[in-house]
Ligand binder design. Structure first.
Ligand SMILES: Cc1ncc(C[n+]2csc(CCOP(=O)(O)OP(=O)(O)O)c2C)c(N)n1
Ligand SMILES: [Mg+2]
Length: 682
């Protein structure tokens, strides 16, 4: 039976399809002008894209992939908007000339919202599933959320084989998120075929996730696409559960402007038989629409595309100064406030200071939630760092996730896009690696590449560091890798008061912040770390990121033979416990925050002390510490009486389990004392 689709819908669809097709044509004709920057177009995929795009509303969210230019037209973008992107112009509404063609991010009131996503195939699955998780949370919490909003996550067929996609499917199936996974299957993964690269298609794959309803259709037949999508979207709006729609489509143009079909395609004739344009034309004629009407629609589309192209060519390029905007959204937290050590307050171990910070945030803000491995009710975190929180705030606000570091980190992109402020946790720094891709590829670049539209509000707690034979898989330090990622902030407190104040600042910061929490300081059980315990700061105490502190000043002697130890985390405690004869000869600067870094205080004190040691728990070669030493040298050279010296762990691949080997590997107060003597006598 033929689906019933209103005539105006059919005509609009035809117009959109002709527009998308005309865009491909003009890009091919104007190859010299547009091939400066790489692009891919929807040619062959238009029917399914238009069918989906036309049925999304302003309350919905979408994650179109790089071949979805027809979907972008269908949600209301003009050819001109897209062309600004193909030419990387400053007025490109998505990224201001920063991202490739059809890499959208959009926050228009009248259109579906499009959080930023990268060009990495399949990586959009997690952030976009995070949006659906955010919508579900808002609905459960009774937070202002428009009823029936849905999320569409669009993929090419080959990208579904990425491992992270399974993490997203797992969570959507388990938690029943209101999301449609749309897979456009053209049978190609650049030049590799489906037969070469996968054991099943996405429809068959989805069958392995009970709870996701999978449907497979001919994605080149507009009428079929429109009616199936209509039915699915209606169900998601009302039944709040996930679907996967597998749409078989031809690929009629190049993979991208840079990888051309002539080089390897031998199936063009077969694919041309499935051209959605001819199929829709034929269908419309059978519906009584005349050739003349269709020709008029197509002529108009071609002429709009041509004039938009002319206009886009004339629009301005970015200026050099445009490079430097929107790496971060401005934070409201700039001054230290509240009582850091209230009179009569009880002393608390560091892990409890963090717990109180999170508790106070959750009491004050329904948008605040906490998830990670084992943080839920039964255990409250393997360090009991979230103990009692689920009891107090409920299992929907404090919950366990699967062992999915990528999902834990990447989902915050989507959660944040819905207005939530997730605090998440990776169980050990050693296990951040599966999530590092999301942190780098999706989280860190969202604000910059969306031209400031989608900063990611995320606090990522990471228990880190070595103590007491934690061994190679529960001891690592990772700050150098993190500090190499531009677009995130990294703090590393050495005591409970700083941790509590920084946790608050991190929460109110609209950008992603990683908090490194040293496990050896959590309970002050390690000898010499008693000062990590602090009076619990007042609930309104807040400590801005990027402010270091002198925790000890050297006692000046006549010849001013002193040294400044610049350090953070456990290093502060090693420095506080150096040999007694040199204890008064050192100043200790606790960085507290590694990015942003308090260079003002560092340089000021470097100029005062003239001899500097940077102390880190990490292996020294190519570390954050070594880079800081270089910066001090570059900025304070004429003030220095000795080379800026770094001391840290040995440059070995892991921290061994055996006590002797661990001690040999890591720095400590003794080793620091030796280095101090060396620098003092230089
Ligand atoms: C993580 C990652 N690996 C490799 C690439 C390079 N790459 C770009 S497109 C592509 C093929 C994707 O095929 P598919 O998902 O089927 O989409 P199609 O281009 O066929 O529409 C590859 C391998 C990438 N962008 N991201
Ligand atoms: Mg493909």
């Amino acid at each position: 039976m033929k689906p019933i689709i209103e005539r105006p819908t059919l005509l609009k669809a035809f117009s959109l399809l002709c527009t998308a097709k005309a865009i491909t044509t003009i890009y091919d004709e104007q190859f010299r002008l547009v091939s400066k920057y790489v692009h891919a177009t929807s040619r062959g995929h238009e029917a399914i894209q238009v069918a989906v795009g036309m049925q999304l509303t302003a309350k919905d969210y979408a994650a179109p992939y790089y071949r979805d230019d027809a979907m972008l037209l269908a949600i209301g973008m003009k050819p001109y908007d897209l062309m600004l992107q193909v030419l990387a112009k400053i007025d490109d509404p998505f990224s201001g000339g920063r991202a490739y063609y059809a890499h959208p991010s959009l926050k228009d009131q009248d259109k579906p919202k499009i959080p930023h996503q990268s060009s990495a195939t399949g990586m959009q699955a997690i952030p976009t599933t995070g949006v659906a998780m955010g919508i579900q949370y808002r609905e459960t919490e009774g937070l202002n959320q428009e009823k029936g909003a849905i999320v569409v996550c669009s993929f090419g067929d080959a990208s579904v084989t990425e491992g992270e996609v399974s993490e997203a499917f797992q969570m959507a199936a388990l938690k029943q998120f209101p999301i449609l996974y749309l897979v456009q299957d053209n049978g190609w993964d650049i030049s590799a075929t489906a037969e070469e690269t996968r054991a099943m298609n996405a429809y068959e794959y989805a069958k392995g996730f009970p709870g996701i309803e999978a449907v497979s259709i001919d994605g080149s037949d507009f009428a079929e696409c429109y009616s199936v999508v209509e039915e699915i979207i209606k169900k998601i709006r009302t039944e709040r559960r996930p679907f996967l729609l597998h749409a078989r489509v031809p690929l009629l143009n190049h993979h991208t402007s840079g990888v051309r079909k002539e080089w390897y395609r031998n199936d063009m004739n077969e694919h041309k038989k499935e051209d959605p344009y001819f199929k829709l034309r034929k269908y419309l004629i059978s519906e009584g629409i005349t050739e003349v009407e269709l020709q008029n629609i197509e002529d108009e589309a071609i002429s709009t595309v041509a004039s938009d192209f002319e206009k886009a060519l004339k629009s301005p390029d970015p200026q050099p100064s445009d490079l430097f905007t929107h790496d971060f959204a401005p934070t409201p937290v700039t001054v230290e406030a509240g009582e850091r050590a209230p009179k009569g307050a009880e002393e608390k171990v560091m892990v409890d200071c963090a717990l109180f910070a999170v508790q106070e945030l959750m009491e004050a803000h329904p948008e605040c939630l906490l998830y990670g491995q084992d943080v839920g009710r039964r255990l409250g975190g393997v360090f009991r760092e979230a103990a009692t929180l689920a009891e107090k705030f409920g299992d929907h606000r404090v919950f366990n996730t699967a062992i999915q570091e990528a999902f834990i980190i990447g989902s915050t992109v989507g959660m944040s896009a819905t207005g939530l402020r997730p605090i998440v946790e990776v169980q050990f720094a050693d296990y951040i690696w599966p999530g590092l891709n999301q942190l780098f590829t999706e989280v860190s670049r969202s604000c910059y590449l969306s031209n400031g539209k989608w900063p990611v509000s995320m606090v990522l707690r990471v228990p880190t560091g070595a103590y007491g034979s934690g061994g190679p898989f529960h001891s690592s330090s990772i700050e150098s890798v993190l500090c190499n990622i531009k677009g995130i902030k990294v703090v590393y407190p050495s005591n409970g008061a700083d941790l509590k104040g920084l946790m608050k600042a991190a929460y109110y910061d609209p950008n992603p912040v990683v908090i490194l929490e040293h496990k050896g300081l959590y309970w002050s059980k390690v000898k010499g770390t008693e000062t990590a315990k602090r009076k619990l700061p007042s609930p309104d105490y807040i400590l801005p990121l990027g402010k270091g502190i002198m925790v000890q000043n050297a006692e000046y002697t006549m010849n001013k033979n002193v040294v400044l130890v610049v350090t953070y985390g456990m290093g502060v405690h090693w420095a506080l416990n150096v040999d007694s004869d040199i204890r008064l000869k050192i100043g200790i600067l606790d960085l507290r925050s590694l990015y942003p870094l308090d260079t003002e205080l560092i340089y000021q004190k470097a100029k005062e002390y003239n001899r500097i040691i940077i102390l880190t728990e990490e292996p020294v070669d190519n570390s954050f510490a070594q880079s800081l030493a270089a910066r001090i040298q570059e900025n304070c050279f004429e003030y220095l009486d000795a080379p800026v010296t770094t001391i840290g762990a040995e440059n070995m691949p892991a921290i061994p389990l055996n006590e002797v080997l661990e001690r040999t590997m890591l720095p400590n107060s003794e080793k620091l004392s030796t280095t101090i003597r060396k620098v003092l006598s230089y």
